[in-house]
Write a protein that binds this ligand. Structure first.
Ligand SMILES: [Zn+2]
Length: 106
């Protein structure tokens, strides 16, 4: 499985989180928002799942940022990205519909 949070490929262990669908706004442009529609369940690797269980959304957002090597180095831009990621994690937490479920290796 690929982790929906940090994009790590994790062959052995992972968790599935049931969640209501919601739209993630990635960036607000002059002609409107660009974003993704996230559906029902999210997959998390062990490290991301541990951060979710601790409700450590900043750590979770930082893991996502570190996973991206295609972002500009610009500090203001990265601060914007972090705040969007934290908002997304907060919405995910508030729209979760149940406890995590451990996935078995395929
Ligand atoms: Zn992860």
């Amino acid at each position: 499985m690929y982790c929906d949070f940090c994009s790590t490929y994790e062959p052995l262990v992972g968790f599935e989180y049931p969640c209501q669908s919601f739209d993630v706004v990635i960036k607000q442009f002059d002609n409107g928002p660009a974003g993704l529609h996230m559906v029902e369940s999210w997959l998390a690797c062990k490290d991301c799942s541990d951060a979710i269980e601790r409700n450590d959304l900043t750590a979770l957002a930082l893991r996502q940022l570190e996973a991206r090597d295609d972002l500009p180095e610009d500090i203001d831009f990265q601060a914007d990205v972090i705040s969007l990621l934290v908002q997304t994690c907060m919405r995910f937490q508030s729209l979760r519909t149940g406890p995590r479920r451990e996935l078995q290796p395929a």
